[in-house]
Design a protein around this ligand. Sequence first.
Ligand SMILES: NC(=O)c1ccc[n+]([C@@H]2O[C@H](COP(=O)([O-])OP(=O)(O)OC[C@H]3O[C@@H](n4cnc5c(N)ncnc54)[C@H](O)[C@@H]3O)[C@@H](O)[C@H]2O)c1
Length: 380
Amino acid sequence: MRKIRVGIVGMGYIGESHIDAVRRIGDCVITAVADTNYELAKAKAEKYGIENCYASVEELIADKNIDAVHNCTPNYLHFDINRQIIESGKHLLSEKPLTCTYKEALELLAVAAKMPEVVAAVNFNYRMNPMVQEMRYRIARGDIGDVRIISGSYLQDWLLYDTDYSWRLEPEIAGNSCTIADIGSHWMDAVQHVTGNRITEVMADLVTFIPYRKKPKKLTETFTTAQGGEYELCKIENEDYGAVLFKTDTGAHGCFYVSELCAGHGCCFEFEINGSKASLRWNQEENDRLWMGLRDADNRYIIRNPNSISPGVRPYTSLAMGHPEGWNDAFCGNIRAFYNYILSDRKERPPFATLEEAAYIVRLVEAVIESSRKKAWVKV
Ligand SMILES: NC(=O)c1ccc[n+]([C@@H]2O[C@H](COP(=O)([O-])OP(=O)(O)OC[C@H]3O[C@@H](n4cnc5c(N)ncnc54)[C@H](O)[C@@H]3O)[C@@H](O)[C@H]2O)c1
């Protein structure tokens, strides 16, 4: 069988993770990469033995020997590049967020509706951690009863100092949110996916703790620092902390907070679901295990084990118990789910985030911003 030929646009921080993941999937081969920074794209193509290298999205999309394109560019380009990819008839795997505004997301859905043969996904990769999937199966099976309370956080520290800088702080590039759009979007997608609930009302408090930052005159990497180099002082509009109370369509209530100002945290992504019978909690930094809380019996850790994991989760795990799977594996699992779906009869609901689901996340991000500005609950 001919392999699916893949092109990747955007060779920055996450672009390389996409190269790594696709190379682990037997059904695919990367035939081209593109970046407006041609030198960077060339270096990655040479490093990984990728045949073709382009300096623009347009050239890559025009390449007839490509079946699917991954969009790994900064947020403000997602709408236009995703639109071009879908219209070309190539399958689309977009980085999150789907677009910067809900209006753009709706336009994209309309474009996709005219191209039903195109498979499109958004890379909310935490979904495909095996223990997140296990949580989803256990909740659907009724193991914890009715979902009542959903809580957690996503904490990082790469914006801790005023010398730390990223385009995620700039509304023209990132959209009107840094923290909620960047990591809050992952959190909201993951809890909606595991519970099957939809967040329908939010009350938010967004804060920009560091109102001025030293932007390095020479920006080299996505997470960069001005320490020791030349910089310009910039006023910061986007938030670096966000807390959200929310309600869901089934009557559950919850809260989460997210920030990149939490010293000592790299990717502390955690959520806990409290049901009418039991609780489940998962933390990305200990991702091979799931905590189950019970009132009338011993609490327990459920350790990832392909032999005992729920049958529906089996495709998302490969290593034997005791051989920890991590961020890279779940990331690859999400991309594998996308390609498995392309090769399937496409009758079942896909496990990855669809354009519709990702559009709803964009809507939620907007509602969170609106709520914080109005200091009031906002219905979605
Ligand atoms: N799923 C995840 O966990 C995850 C993690 C990190 C980043 N992301 C997402 O990935 C996207 C990229 O983030 P990053 O951290 O890799 O950013 P980055 O700045 O490191 O890389 C972006 C790359 O896109 C290139 N680029 C810019 N304009 C372009 C254009 N018009 N055509 C082609 N290439 C262009 C830049 O030269 C750069 O190399 C963002 O939307 C971000 O939200 C997702």
